[in-house]
Design a protein. Structure first.
Length: 307
């Protein structure tokens, strides 16, 4: 019996290109409603895996089940429920956003009403620019139009391959907010491949890290990052006095590094204000307190251990 809560299940997946092993015995599971982060260094096999998920290429061995069905046996049934952006979306640059979506819907054989197209343009924040030619759009606007394109047939699963690549911070925030809205308000399951680790940390519920085509670790982001304990960097005006201030405290042995005017200590959440108060009481000016617990550190630690 199929698990109705599992949207994607990959088991022992392998893909070779002649002598190159791109995907090596990969395993992962995406649950219904997930914003699922798919992470790995360059060459880890992420893009190959996405092409396998979309049936653009075939695996050498292993299985892919989507919505409880075998992709190999039920390709058409599955893909009608999937939307995707692989690399950058392409459009007719001299036509408007509205006209692009209208044409793409007709080419795909999707019966989409005018009101539905406007709803999608509003969802991705482009309704006010629906008449504007796509050639006048910023990179971020084109990415959002690409997501609207992927939503034309109202898919349950959306696969996004590096959707924030090349965007400025504002554009990245727009895409991040849109992904959250698609998940929370539109009840979509999102499979998100990205190199922007901080973005995954902010929006993903669960994630997998792969390296050399294999699963290294998988689970809930909060659990994997261990939110109870993390490194905190204090930027101070007197590093020697700061070190002395901590010498007879429980934190002295937890000092991770001292570089320039930066003192990094492993702390629990409730200890940050305590150590900051201690330094200030000792006459030390603290100009910045920067938590260093991040997905990037975890990612680097896990992938280096796997090498």
């Amino acid at each position: 019996m199929n698990d109705l809560n599992t949207v994607i299940e990959i088991s022992n997946l392998n893909k070779r290109f002649k002598s190159i092993v791109a995907v090596n015995n990969l395993n992962l599971k995406v649950l219904k409603g997930d914003v699922f982060g798919f992470l790995g260094p360059n060459g880890a096999g992420k893009s190959t895996t996405i092409r396998l998920l979309l049936s653009l290429i075939a695996p050498n061995s292993g299985t892919i089940n989507i919505f409880g069905y075998s992709l190999k046996e039920h390709r058409k049934k599955i893909l009608t429920r999937v939307g995707a952006i692989v690399e950058k979306p392409d459009f007719y640059n001299y036509l408007s956003a509205y006209k692009n979506l209208e044409i793409l819907a007709k080419i795909s054989g999707i019966g989409v009403k005018r009101t539905k197209i406007f709803e999608l343009l509003e969802l991705v924040g482009l309704k006010e620019r629906y008449k504007g030619k796509v050639k006048t759009y910023s990179h971020g606007m084109k990415q959002r139009l690409g997501i609207a394109q992927a939503l034309l047939h109202n898919p349950e699963l959306i696969i996004l391959d590096e959707p924030t690549t090349g965007l400025d911070p504002f554009g990245m925030k727009e895409i991040r907010d849109l992904i959250i809205r698609l998940s929370k308000e539109e009840n979509k399951t999102i499979f998100l491949s990205s190199h922007i680790l901080s973005e995954i940390e902010m929006i993903a519920d669960r994630m997998v890290i792969i390296n050399k085509g294999s699963t290294i670790v998988e689970g809930e982001v909060k659990e994997l990052l261990n939110t109870d304990s993390f490194k905190v960097m204090f930027e101070v005006n007197n590093i020697d006095a700061s070190k002395s201030a901590l010498e007879n405290t429980k934190w002295y042995k937890k000092i991770e590094s001292i570089k320039g005017n930066n003192l990094t200590v492993t702390l629990e959440q409730n200890e940050i204000s305590e150590i900051n108060r201690l330094l200030v009481e000792k006459g030390i000016a603290v100009s910045a307190v920067i938590p260093k617990r991040s997905l990037e550190e975890y990612f680097l630690k896990i992938t280096s251990e796997a090498d």
